[in-house]
Ligand binder design. Structure first.
Ligand code: HEC
Length: 115
């Protein structure tokens, strides 16, 4: 009986830690987005920013965009950036972020989809 009383809180706190851990990762990705990507794409993914208008980013809440968006292409874009006619529209982030982070950022783009 005594051991049971000790084990239960231990299990509960382990579950809590697992939950919090998962959440911390998700907010890290959002933090990366807000710090690094939002200057153009906007915190809400709409691209309604001064820089975003200058480089002409798309509205990532647009269902048409979301229907065509593929993580694989997103990952490639984040790694290699976009340069058109010798002008850089988006930087390459392959050296700045780990593969894990880039994968999470590419997935983050899908969270802007309107319900
Ligand atoms: C200097 C402005 C700028 C910044 C900063 C920027 N981007 Fe972009 N990004 C663009 C432009 C321009 C495009 C091409 C047009 C579009 O898809 O909106 C683009 C396209 C993309 C795409 C491709 C979407 C598709 O069609 O597959 C992804 C994914 C993306 N950006 C993610 C990011 C992430 C993640 C960051 C931060 C690490 C970031 N961007 C930072 C300008 C920027």
């Amino acid at each position: 009986m005594k051991t049971k009383l000790i084990i239960k809180p231990a299990i509960v706190s382990m579950l809590l830690l697992a939950l919090l851990g998962g959440r911390a990762q998700a907010s890290d990705t959002k933090e990366l987005w807000d710090k690094t990507c939002a200057a153009c794409h906007g915190k809400d993914g709409r691209g309604d920013t001064k820089m975003g208008k200058k480089v002409d980013v798309k509205d990532y809440t647009d269902p048409k965009f979301q229907a065509e968006y593929k993580d694989d292409k997103g990952i490639k874009t984040i790694k290699e950036g976009i340069t058109e006619k010798g002008k850089e529209r988006m930087k390459a982030y392959a050296d700045k972020f780990s593969d894990e982070e880039i994968k999470a950022l590419a997935a983050h783009v899908r969270t802007f989809k309107k319900p």
